[in-house]
Design a protein around this ligand. Sequence first.
Ligand code: F3S
Length: 388
Amino acid sequence: MHLTREQERALNGEFGWAYAKALEIIVKVGESLGADRLISISHAHISGVSYSNIGEAGLEFLRDFHREKPRFRVYTTINPGCVDYGMLSKVIDNKFVEKQRQIDDVLVGMGARPVFTCIPYYHRPPMPHENLSWGESSAAIFANSFFGARTNREGGPLALASAITGLTYYYGLHKDENRVARVLVKLSPKVADMPLSLTGLWVGENVRKIPFITLERKPLEEVKALLASMAASGFHAMAVLENITPRNTYGIEIEETLTIEVGDVERYIAEKPSGDDEVLGYIGCPHTHPSELILLKKLIEKYKSPRRGRLLVTIPVEFLSTYEPLIKFLVSRGVDIASGTCPVVSTLSRRFDIVLTNSGKAYFYLRKIHGLRVGITGIRQIVESVYR
Ligand code: F3S
């Protein structure tokens, strides 16, 4: 890989151990992929920051970097941790609160914004063509597909290294020639009426190249769910969405056309509550957008409190103050609000018989990691299952 003279000096430790180590991580990953140089980035988003997921080994890794007290060189945000920062939730178990605080102190001490959310674009929407280094698969695919920005789907350590150096390797979706849609995906009329999470799960499992997807309805929360699901069930980091993905940020060379039929997605909706099942309704994976909270308020207004289980909603920490009246209203109607976390990166305080969610990503991971029964349905149906 070609390095500038300054990058060579940094690699040799002239700017300190932390910078040298961070640069070494980026150079090694880049060289293993065949990248020939480094490029500057303007925003790093660090995933893998939950103590539930990374444990002592991860905390030690972060501490090693923090010893020299380096400052992040670019705008840096961090993913959810494993505790409910607002302390409102009865569903999220806060048993690792002290350990999570240590992780947060290290990252914030280096200059990260304490947003604790997987929708970093809410805090700083990227521009088309802007180079980023984002961990968190749902955020990376959203950056490429919705904003036309450029990021590979990074792991937490690489994004941390990019935050310290302000650099990443020039490869993959940073290059025009790799941002080309090759599979045209159409939705049959019935599938088009179903939650877009279902389409996302199917595309993730069945399409290997960048898809071009035609969508009839495009509310932001549905697009967010579609892309996150695709990134969860597959390795996608980009989709081209008709009339959404900014022009001039992708190419099209269609090699294959696929149509998704109801039979393709039925198994994702097969799980339904029965009898006395205690239901956990879950909305907010990726974290809720304000539009989803407003919709939720409308749906919940006619009910006083849940009758069958709980409704968990996960939000970015900042919403606690920005949308305080809305949050207070939802709490007054028995909604369990957890901020800066989610059930995938934390532990639940109790067991439920079944989870109903609008999120394909939650469907994928709650079954896989926590072994729960999970069914996908719309926000209205989730509310009705818990409250009616
Ligand atoms: Fe975010 Fe947790 Fe889902 S980090 S994308 S809410 S799995």
